[in-house]
Ligand binder design. Structure first.
Ligand code: ZN
Length: 510
């Protein structure tokens, strides 16, 4: 049996590439946290140089000739030699390295440079267009980026729709055909559920979240929750940034960020828990495989499932607040005096159709994603022309959420994704939401005392379960295969829909 040790000449090179990418990530992290505003241009150049070197090393003759000894280019699978087969980690490693290598190799380097330049330009124009609420200002850049993304799909190759090639970048194996029934099921049940909620006689007031809360104390509380979750501060940090994110340089150095607003208690709190979920995944990756796909997270959808599981299944649950609410009340005595857990639970779970995706509740969030999924698919396929976007956006907002943005800045211009060419990224947010419920319900089945543990602030059992079942495997299995191993099922909207109907049916007395 041949093991990963046989692949040492390859893994040594991969490790070097990963170290270059990690260095680029440190620069990006600094850019989002501490870099002075004036450093932007120079920083972009520094990062581009490192990324260029990493890319060159990956598509090098050196790596190609090593891979060609071990992988069948027709299937992308490890080649078996009679009587001396590869073990499972080696097979997975070769399959995944081949995936990265062949994708990188398909894109001509002048195309990569052009795409990166146009995207960075489009992003700058988008910032301005959003500020001035001028969609037409962004339109020419959007056209250019769209053309390039279609070209990228042609280089990568696809079956059916060119959008499939782009989806696969973020969620290996995802296709329109696979996602459409998932979104159709969500639409059929979420839209009427939302209508019943908005017509319910139960009105939830979340005013208590908008008192004045000292920012330092908010951060202290966030840190306390992160520690309870098992986020290791010896191998991580919490800093501030405009948009919360998680980045990892190695499992021993995984950074999370949050933001803090004095009159929005939920903002810092839930972004800490959300990013903590991402952080636990990266801290839980197997160090011995660092640099190889086996030491890397499997997909954006699975990554998001980890953040959503902690944020929603744990952080927006009653058991969690049975333990943490008295502590929060101690921290903010004046603001939370006389407030019951039940009032607080209602406030943090209030459903309200809103214009902005990143501020949406866990229920309407998926409708925001569905709209983007439909639109970007039509854009890539050429069924929708970019100039018609604002009208289409507003019409779909009306249909799914019952509200129409008064401005494009609060509508079609709100997200950065399309400006930097991230078509196919949005669906992974909903995949994460659906997977999170599937995983959490499986954890509940396998850990019968889980609810009691959460209610007494003991979160390590869940953290260990996730590490054993998901984190430590890296890209050993495809996302669909991993979900099936853990829960017995691939992506399935049913558990989420049942959870949503039960939770909000009870909260809004439907
Ligand atoms: Zn996330």
């Amino acid at each position: 049996m041949k093991t990963v040790a046989t692949l040492e000449p390859l893994t040594t090179r991969l490790l070097e590439i990963q170290r270059i990418n990690s260095a680029a990530s440190v620069l990006s992290w600094d850019q989002e946290t501490y870099m002075p505003a004036g450093g932007g241009e120079a920083r972009a150049e520094q990062i581009a140089v490192l990324q260029g070197i990493a890319h060159e090393k990956l598509v090098s003759q050196d790596v190609e000739s090593l891979l060609s000894q071990w992988v069948d280019p027709a299937t992308g699978q490890a080649t078996d030699t009679a009587g001396d087969a590869w073990d499972e980690p080696s097979r997975s490693l070769l399959r995944e390295v081949w995936r990265d290598f062949s994708r990188a190799k398909k894109l001509p380097s002048d195309f990569v440079v052009q795409l990166s330049r146009e995207c960075s330009l489009a992003q700058q124009v988008w910032v301005e267009a959003k500020e001035k609420n001028q969609f037409t200002k962004f339109l020419p850049n959007l056209r250019t980026v769209l053309d390039l993304k279609r070209e990228e799909a042609r280089y990568l190759g696809y079956q059916g729709s060119p959008y499939n090639a782009l989806l696969d970048v973020y969620e290996p194996g995802a296709t329109i055909a696979g996602l459409q029934p998932v979104f159709a099921a969500l639409k059929t049940r979420l839209v009427p559920l939302l209508q019943r909620i908005t017509q319910s006689r139960v009105q939830i007031n979340d005013g208590i979240l908008h008192h004045s809360y000292d920012q330092t104390r908010q951060l202290e509380f966030g840190r306390l929750v992160l520690t309870a979750m098992g986020y290791d501060f010896e191998r991580g940090r919490l800093d501030l940034s405009a948009h919360p994110f998680t980045t990892s340089f190695h499992p021993t150095d995984v950074r999370v960020t949050t933001r803090v607003h004095e009159q929005e208690l939920q903002s810092c709190l839930f972004s800490c828990i959300h990013e903590g979920g991402h952080g636990l995944y990266d801290q839980g990756l197997d160090q011995q495989y660092f640099g190889t796909p086996l030491g890397d997270s499997v997909s954006l959808g699975i990554h998001e499932s980890q953040s959503r599981l902690w944020e929603n299944c744990v952080g927006r649950s009653r058991p969690f607040w049975r333990f943490f609410f008295p502590i929060l009340q101690q921290t903010f005595r004046d603001q939370l005096h006389g407030i019951t857990i039940e009032q607080f639970y209602g406030a943090i779970n209030r459903v309200q159709p809103s214009l902005i995706r990143v501020e949406a509740d866990e229920l309407t969030y998926n409708l925001h994603i569905m709209l983007r999924f439909e639109i970007e698919q039509d854009l890539i396929e050429g069924k929708t022309q970019p100039e018609d976007l604002p009208a289409i956006w507003n019409q779909k907002m009306k249909e799914y959420l019952g509200i129409v943005p008064p401005t494009d800045a609060e509508g079609v211009l709100q997200d950065v994704h399309w400006s930097f060419g991230a078509f196919g990224y949005f669906p992974t947010y909903t995949l994460g939401n659906l997977y999170s419920i599937q995983f959490f319900e499986q954890a509940m089945r396998e850990l019968p005392n889980l609810e009691d543990e959460i209610a007494t602030g003991q979160l390590m059992g869940l953290r260990r379960w996730l590490e054993q079942k998901i984190h430590r495997w890296g890209r050993m299995f495809t996302p669909a295969h991993l979900a099936e191993r853990v829960t017995g099922s691939t992506i399935n909207p049913e558990p989420f829909l049942n959870y949503a109907e039960k939770k909000y049916g009870e909260l809004y007395q439907l």
